[in-house]
Design a protein around this ligand. Structure first.
Ligand code: IMO
Ligand code: MG
Length: 449
């Protein structure tokens, strides 16, 4: 039994939540291994829409143990709100477990996130402003407060006493802003800590036990490959490791336990926040994709930047994550274009780049995309199609071409946000069987799909 990891191939918002929900229906354990409330994962089940920022999407399955692992940064207020909204809707939280080692986002982190962005002026990153970056800064600086500290009020008081003067000095002396009062903070945090305490535990031990006893483990990636702090488009990245390697950090699951790594790729590419985006469309085609794809942030409501699919980045993503298959999403959004374009290389100063310059992302600045042009498919509603074979021939050809360029099979194709708007191409096993495919090899030979 191999664990399955689901990651985003580009800059986030690939609809990972939908695929995690689908594949996770047979998972015993779903683990979120990184990031925090910067993520926005939407899952639609029947008439119900659920938006998750922190809790793994697997919570919708009453049989699945949901772990928020050490690598996450957790805003207790956001988490309690998310938990309450799930309980109000009849979703049980009995299977939720929060790592005592996950770091706590405190109000000063969110404040600093915003102040740092303002101070950067034109060089601002366009963060989600949720305090994610400053919380990871404290983690690396060994100044962090962890969930295990939060739920132990004596320890919380001691930790705050040590760190708050430092944060207040930053806020008042550098940013000319208001300091935080320790007692007020403690009063705000106490009821949240009490609500969260029953869920906080040693999740590494839990996950390790699940793995050694042969349970089906699914990792829910948040953010995406090009937002990885090392392998992404630094500095326009998040502060964690969304790539598949991140799934083994602080989760208690070793790399050798991973069987399949699936990359969720949109049929086009989007980005929120600043940073180079070679295939960005600043014309009515980009607007059309944005409107049809509802490309507005789940977390911040910001309009997303939209462009043609970048397969230079996709091939990088296949390599760095060790993808064994791709899940192609939002195929319905591209309907109605006469022609659809796939970026297969970049050109800069007369030089053709075929590999993503992850080692020096400054090379991306000023790159012109080189496109392969494919015939589009009619503006017909493909959102109710139930078999891959019934898709318009050019839509199928598009998926085949993307998989061919990626060098790994397309294992799922999404034509809308609902669970039933998902097609399994011929020759591909159903999602539930993915846990049984041999470790580290493509789901099926790449030349099949
Ligand atoms: P999901 O899980 C899209 C982006 C932000 C910004 C940069 C840094 O929904 O795919 P941060 O607040 O993390 O310090 O911001 O990273 N970003 C995301 N973009 N989807 C996400 O998550 C993102 N999480 C962070 O827009 O450019
Ligand atoms: Mg998002």
């Amino acid at each position: 039994m191999g664990a399955v990891v689901v990651v985003g191939t580009h800059w986030g918002d690939e609809a990972k939540g939908k695929f995690v929900d689908l594949i996770g229906q047979d998972a015993d354990v779903v683990i979120r291994y990184g990031g925090g409330p910067n993520a926005g994962h939407t899952v639609i089940v029947g008439e119900n829409t659920y938006k998750f920022h922190l809790i793994p999407s697997g919570i919708l399955n009453p049989k699945t143990l949901c772990i928020m692992a050490d690598g996450m940064v957790i805003d207790p207020a956001t988490l309690v709100k998310e938990m309450e909204s799930l309980t109000e809707r009849g979703i049980s939280l009995d299977n939720l477990r929060i790592s005592q080692n996950a770091h706590v986002i405190l109000p000063y982190h969110a404040k600093l996130d915003k102040l740092e962005e303002i101070a950067k002026g034109g060089a601002a990153l366009g963060t989600t402003g949720r305090g994610v970056g400053p919380c990871y800064v404290d983690k690396a600086a060994r100044l962090g407060i962890r969930m295990g500290d939060l739920v132990n009020l004596t320890r919380l008081r001691e930790k705050l006493k040590a760190v708050l003067p430092h944060k207040n000095a930053l806020l008042t002396k550098i940013y000319d802003s208001e300091p935080f009062d320790q007692e007020t903070l403690l009063a705000e945090l106490t009821p949240l800590a009490e609500k969260l305490a029953p869920y906080v535990t040693d999740t590494q031990a839990l996950a390790g036990e699940a793995q050694t006893s042969g349970k089906r483990i699914l990792f829910e990636g948040a953010q995406a490959t090009l937002l990885d702090i090392d392998g992404g488009t630094y500095p326009y990245v998040t502060s964690s490791h969304p790539i598949s390697g991140g799934a083994t950090i602080g989760t208690g699951i070793p790399p050798t336990a991973i069987g399949q790594v699936l990359g969720v790729v949109k049929a086009y590419t989007t980005r929120v926040g600043a940073g180079t985006f070679p295939t960005e469309l600043l014309d009515e085609k980009g607007d059309r994709i944005r409107e049809r794809g509802h490309e507005y942030g789940t977390t911040t409501g910001r309009p997303r930047r939209c462009g043609w699919l970048d397969t230079v980045a996709l091939r990088y993503s296949v390599r760095v994550n060790g993808l064994t298959g791709i899940c192609v999403g939002h195929l319905d959004v591209l309907a109605g274009f006469d022609k659809v374009q796939i970026c297969v290389a970049y050109r800069k100063n007369g030089v053709r780049l075929t590999e993503f310059p992850a080692g020096d992302v400054s090379l991306l600045d000023g790159c012109e995309p080189e496109y392969e042009i494919l015939p589009g498919w009619q503006d017909v509603d493909i959102t109710n199609i139930t078999r891959f074979e019934d898709l318009p021939v050019n839509a199928r050809a598009y998926v085949h071409r993307v998989a061919e360029i990626a060098g790994v099979p397309a294992v799922l194709v999404s034509i809308g946000p609902r669970r039933d708007q998902t097609l399994v191409p011929p020759g591909i096993p159903a999602p539930r069987h993915l846990f049984h495919v041999a470790s580290g090899v493509p789901v099926v030979p790449a030349n099949v799909v």
